[in-house]
Write a protein that binds this ligand. Structure first.
Ligand code: PLP
Length: 381
């Protein structure tokens, strides 16, 4: 009998798929969310079940702004927040609002593969620009801006998916300057901003926006639970007006007001802070375990130990094709994301992305051992 799938990925018990970029189910705080929900119901505020407000519940935006101000160590104004159903939904809405088919956008090479799919849905002309260990290489971006007029630049400026790198403070300033000179929006996907383990990243790009051109996208998917479908956009209120005028928000009364109320309680009870602290410790330990296993078992694979986020981006010798290795991986009950999926130009074939978020330490080590067997089944050097 076929199994009815209820979650985004369903991996057989005996497979260790290190390509999965989702939280480990054992790290989803069911008890804390239940506590927050019952707190929220005990308040007997019937409004939590009412249609919401286009921008997101006002009380929740105040609570969220307070939480973010504390976490970022820089003031966040609730009027600069718009509540979304997560970053994927925010990206879709940004494309709907600001682009038309055939418009050009610039993305990092590599970039988050599912964002590339959203951009394909809107038939955008996607131009890749390279990154190094400090994020987008500004000179390369300038070369592209001399030839193209993008509507926006999509960047993952903090603990980048897939490379793990963070855009330096100096390059942030130069990027913002370029957005003013060339009149484009910056769409900053910052879903990993709060998952910092060994480095304090610069604050979100929108925190220093004086030109109304920056949209910073945040999410509860990685710091709480992806099934909640809750996130936010931080931007200048004038830019947010474009969002608030969307008829579906007027008709439907904003996004996820009930979940916002539960997460409001989660923050007010201190449970979100506690959970975030816990996640940071768990993931830091997992990075150490995975990195050590990689160095020991697959020394010809090069990577930098990430300071935050979910991913380790690995390079194989030139000539390797990680997509071709997928079939072999399947026979070893192993898995990873091949580099080409993150490329807007069908490149990066000798790279692969691993995640330490989905499995506990023992499985991570076993998964790396299987990866070693996969790589040794193929002449890669
Ligand atoms: C860079 C990036 N953006 C967005 C998402 C999806 O975020 P959300 O669950 O908030 O839609 C992910 C999830 O893997 C991601 O890595």
């Amino acid at each position: 009998m076929s199994k009815i799938q209820t979650t985004q990925v369903s991996v057989p018990e005996d497979v260790i798929h290190l390509g999965i970029g989702q939280p480990d189910e054992n790290l989803l705080p069911v008890g804390k969310i239940a506590q927050a929900a019952s707190h929220c119901f005990r308040l007997k505020n019937r409004q939590i079940l009412q249609y919401g407000q286009q921008q997101g519940d006002g009380n929740f935006r105040i609570t969220l702004a307070r939480f973010l101000t504390h976490e970022y160590d820089i003031s966040v104004n609730p009027e600069h927040l718009f509540i979304t159903a997560g970053t994927s939904q925010a990206l879709d809405l940004i494309c709907a609002l600001f682009t038309r088919p055939g418009d050009t956008i610039i993305v990092e090479e590599p970039s988050y593969f599912l964002a590339l799919r959203i951009f394909a849905d809107y038939q955008l002309n996607v131009i890749g620009t390279p990154v190094d260990h400090n994020g987008i290489i500004i000179e390369a971006l300038e070369e592209r801006l001399a030839k193209h007029k993008p509507v926006f630049v999509y960047t993952i400026p903090v603990f980048h998916n897939p490379t793990g790198v963070t855009l330096s403070a100096e390059r942030r300033k130069r990027l913002i300057k370029l957005s003013q000179m060339h009149d484009f929006l910056i769409v900053a996907d910052e879903v990993y901003q709060l998952l910092a383990y060994t480095l304090t990243p610069p604050p979100p790009l929108a925190a220093n926006d004086s030109s109304g051109r920056i949209l910073s996208l945040g999410s509860f998917s990685k710091i709480l639970a992806p099934g909640l479908r809750l996130g936010w956009i931080q931007a200048d209120p004038v830019l947010l007006e474009r969002f608030l005028a969307r008829s579906f928000l007027v008709s439907g009364g904003g996004l996820n007001p009930f979940v916002s109320s539960v997460v409001n309680s989660m923050i007010e009870l201190g449970l979100q802070k506690e959970h975030l602290h816990y996640l940071r410790n768990v993931y830091l330990e997992r990075i150490r375990v995975m990195s050590q296993a990689l160095r020991l078992k697959i020394p010809f694979l090069t990577f930098s130990e990430p300071h935050g986020g979910y991913f380790i981006w690995c390079r194989l010798p030139d000539g390797a094709d990680t997509e071709d290795l997928l079939a072999i991986a399947e026979t070893h009950k192993a898995g990873f994301q091949p580099g080409v999926r993150f490329s807007s130009m069908n490149a990066l074939r000798n790279y692969l992305r691993l995640s330490f978020a989905y499995y506990a330490n023992d499985k991570l080590v076993q998964g790396i051992e299987r990866l070693r067997q996969v790589l040794h089944s193929e002449p890669v050097s």
